[in-house]
Write a protein that binds this ligand. Structure first.
Ligand SMILES: Nc1ncnc2c1ncn2[C@@H]1O[C@H](COP(=O)(O)OP(=O)(O)O)[C@@H](O)[C@H]1O
Ligand SMILES: [Mg+2]
Length: 238
């Protein structure tokens, strides 16, 4: 059975209104070449600044595939996926790289660099951008304020717990004030208590103006979020 979504169909956003979505997916029908199965059938998705969107659904419904579209890892068909109303099917490699630097990506397995300290991991994207050290310090202090990482900032990565590693990954994603952060099952390796701690950080990050896309199949987490923040839920179905 093809995937359908409950989200209501959206009209072409009006670029002149100034309220254009960060991401707009319009009637996207798509499947992996190898499987010959349609994964998305006339799928619609709309992400606006300050949204807290949760993408949920059972295993194999296409959540991670959708993430791959949203981080520019799968090239969409023409006129189906837009970033600020720019057709992402037309992005070349350089534009994809530039796009990725504007978003913050968080994975289930953290993807930290073991040879660097937590602090070095967090500021790494800014150093790559040749940002002045005083600016880097200010931005680091701001994420430290939100995530409280100073006590572990020089601990070896391999000595950190899963929850601490995920905090470092979240700080790295948030530090450059991305257009949105996208997290694919960030609590997948964490226990109940740590899951709620991640939820609290995401809630706080959203309250201070960050746009969040969270992928999870964890209903407990979704229910917790719904109690604390105005969540937009997108459910994928088989
Ligand atoms: N690289 C790939 N090539 C072919 N099929 C894939 C690939 N990645 C995922 N799939 C298939 O697409 C479907 C959705 O997978 P995925 O997006 O990982 O779902 P979820 O994250 O919801 O568990 C599954 O049936 C999976 O087997
Ligand atoms: Mg997945």
């Amino acid at each position: 059975m093809p995937t359908e979504t409950k989200i209501e169909e959206v009209k072409m956003p009006d670029a002149k209104s100034g309220n254009i979505p960060l991401i707009w997916i319009h009637d996207m029908t798509w499947g992996y070449d190898e499987s010959k199965k349609i994964l998305f059938k006339k799928f619609n998705f709309n992400l606006k600044k300050w949204d807290f969107t949760v993408i949920t659904g059972k295993s194999w419904t296409g959540k991670s595939t959708l993430v791959k579209f949203l981080i520019g890892q799968i090239k969409p068909y023409k006129k189906t996926l837009y970033y600020k109303m720019e057709d992402m099917s037309e992005f070349g490699d350089d534009e994809i790289q530039r796009y990725r630097r504007k978003i913050g990506i968080i994975f289930q397995d953290y993807q930290l660099i073991n040879s660097l300290t937590p602090k070095q991991n967090i500021i790494y994207p800014l150093v790559l951008d040749s940002m002045p050290l005083t600016t880097i310090k200010k931005k680091y202090d701001a994420v430290n304020n939100l995530l409280d990482i100073s006590s572990i900032e020089t601990t070896e990565i391999k000595k950190l717990s899963g929850w601490e590693k995920q905090k470092v990954a979240m700080a790295r994603a948030l530090i450059h004030a991305p257009d949105f952060i996208i997290a694919d099952e960030p609590t997948g390796n964490l226990d109940h208590e740590n899951t709620l701690q991640i939820a609290d950080i995401l809630i706080k990050a959203n309250q201070i103006g960050n746009t969040i896309v969270l992928v999870t199949h964890d209903e407990m987490l979704l229910n917790y979020l719904k109690k604390h923040v105005d969540v937009k839920t997108v459910t994928l179905w088989k």
